[in-house]
Design a protein around this ligand. Structure first.
Ligand code: GLU
Length: 304
């Protein structure tokens, strides 16, 4: 059994990330599995170099550990590129020169909250012989887009249970600048690292059928997916800046100990826990089944 923590170093870890990583750690460690740390540092301009060290420090402060060396996703770019080339060569992916604005104009449905854009109408499907032809014809650097020929990729989630896995249109696997899209990078890296369980927050649930399509197209074995409800603010919305500073650093500066934070997070996750404890103290009684099935309000935590 192999799990992973896959933070994007976009700033200090906040309560929601900490809760997800604690659960991912508990799920694997309580069954004696191996846990890896992969820092997803290629996520465009949002990534800050100093945040890599900060992220690792925050995880350690919380009392989480991992096996082996930290993998920086940026070292994996050649593997992502090779996978994109394989998809292209096999006819699974095609060159696309549409801009975001053109896709928005041609969109057949408004995009749903929680998903990542309008449905691609298929404009460039079958339009160009290859990326060079796309570039020559349009004067633009093409992206690579995965063909989606199914309506759904149903799967059984380890927490939610059966999921319909609706897929919404052809999606980008390699961006116009040649970098991998999140969907491709995460699949290529999870497979290469032998990851068998991906536990993450359920805002990524719409991505899972896309990732399953890539596992299939690349001939790779998918992991067990486990999606847990988000931690939300007092207004029921995903934790964000407007909910105040819920970064671990802010708790630390206010004198909240990691043991205190772990105890509070554990109780938020329905686990029996004393006021103060370490992640390891939670292992004997850990049961994912006790996790509340609705979004949990970090706001309700009492730090007095
Ligand atoms: N790095 C991604 C994020 O922090 C998580 C990717 C994943 O768990 O699949 O949003």
């Amino acid at each position: 059994m192999v799990g992973r923590l896959a933070p994007s170093p976009t700033g200090a870890l906040h309560l929601g990330n900490a809760r997800t990583f604690l659960l991912a750690w508990l799920s694997i460690r309580s069954r004696g599995g191996t846990l890896l740390l992969r820092v997803e540092d290629i996520d465009g301009p949002r990534v800050k170099a100093s945040a890599v060290a900060q992220t690792i420090e925050d995880l350690r402060w919380l009392g989480l550990d991992w096996d082996g060396d930290v993998l920086l996703q940026s070292t994996r770019l050649p593997a992502h590129h090779a996978a994109a080339e394989r998809l292209l060569a096999a006819g699974h992916a095609y060159a696309c020169v549409c801009t975001r604005a053109e896709i928005d104009d041609a969109a057949s449905a408004p995009h749903e909250p929680g998903d990542d854009g309008p449905v691609y109408p298929g404009t460039c499907r079958g339009r160009f012989a290859d990326p060079a032809a796309a570039r020559a014809a349009s004067g633009r650097a093409p992206a690579l887009r995965q063909r989606v020929d199914v309506d759904a990729m149903p799967f059984v989630d380890g927490f939610i249970g059966p999921c319909a896995g609706v897929v919404r249109g052809d999606f980008v696997v390699q961006k116009r600048d040649g970098g991998p899209a999140y969907q491709l990078a995460v699949v290529v890296d999870d497979a290469a690292q032998g990851v068998t369980e991906v536990l993450r927050a359920d805002d990524l649930l719409p991505s899972t059928p896309r990732q399953l399509i890539l596992y299939r197209a690349l001939g790779l074995t998918p992991p067990q997916f486990v999606h847990v409800p988000l931690v939300v603010g007092g207004d029921g919305l995903r934790l964000a800046k407007r909910h105040g500073d819920t970064s671990l650093r802010a708790f630390r500066e206010r004198g909240v100990t990691p043991q205190r934070l772990v105890g509070a997070l554990a109780r938020l996750c329905g686990q029996p826990a004393p006021d103060e404890c370490t992640p390891r103290d939670l292992l004997p009684s850990f049961d994912l089944g006790r996790l509340p099935r609705h979004p949990v309000r970090g706001h309700d935590l009492d730090w007095s």
